[in-house]
Design a protein around this ligand. Sequence first.
Ligand SMILES: C[S@@+](CC[C@H](N)C(=O)[O-])C[C@H]1O[C@@H](n2cnc3c(N)ncnc32)[C@H](O)[C@@H]1O
Length: 234
Amino acid sequence: MATAPEGIYHGDALTLMGEIPDGSIDLIVTDPPFAIDFRAQRGNYNRTGSRVIEGYREIPEAEYAAFTKAWVREACRILRDSGSMYLFSGWNNLKDILNAVDDAGFITINHLIWKYQFGVFTRRKYVTSHYHILFVVKDRTRYTFNKVEHYPEDVWVINREYWTGRKKTPTKLPMELVRKILRFSSNPGDLILDPFLGSGTVAVASKEMGRRYLGFEIVEDYIQFAKERLDQIA
Ligand SMILES: C[S@@+](CC[C@H](N)C(=O)[O-])C[C@H]1O[C@@H](n2cnc3c(N)ncnc32)[C@H](O)[C@@H]1O
């Protein structure tokens, strides 16, 4: 059987996923763009906007359902039968993500909640401080689940990282969060894909933990930033 490439690449996720052979990826971990008109330069949880690398690419809301359906279907095709995916979503467009997952034929094993700090300040509503993470598989009888904790709950309280004084992308996942996913749902040597790489956290954690990695990102500066992070790991 043909094998998938490795490394990180600049380009459109759907196009690049189209070049990956069927059933060649062990695990997908990804937080796709959320169609919430996120502005990279507006401080958000990164307090100093001037150090945030510009260019973050969003998907217009009207296109989000079709965009999501298309890449989730590809994700299902390229995953091994025993593979799994952790798919992040804010609550705004969660319905499109849930529909796409069902439409592609995935089976949902868990609907995790990630609770973080640094929600955006509000006056007339509650501060959003959680994400949804869908843990989905192709075959409920044979997916990787290393029970590395005795009582692994589905609500994860993990803080975002402070990156004081250093440049950053606007939506970086905490390394601790990605490491936890990799510990539970992959083994050394597995091939991990993040089609929406951003600053490269999934690739960085994979390399650090002896997994192989593949990643795509449409903003060239972010790929460059991810490469610099990867180069720091021996
Ligand atoms: C939520 S961020 C990912 C952040 C990442 N998990 C991290 O830890 O840095 C989503 C990323 O998807 C990228 N993106 C948007 N549309 C894309 C597309 N069609 N193909 C590839 N990347 C895309 C955005 O530029 C953004 O960096």
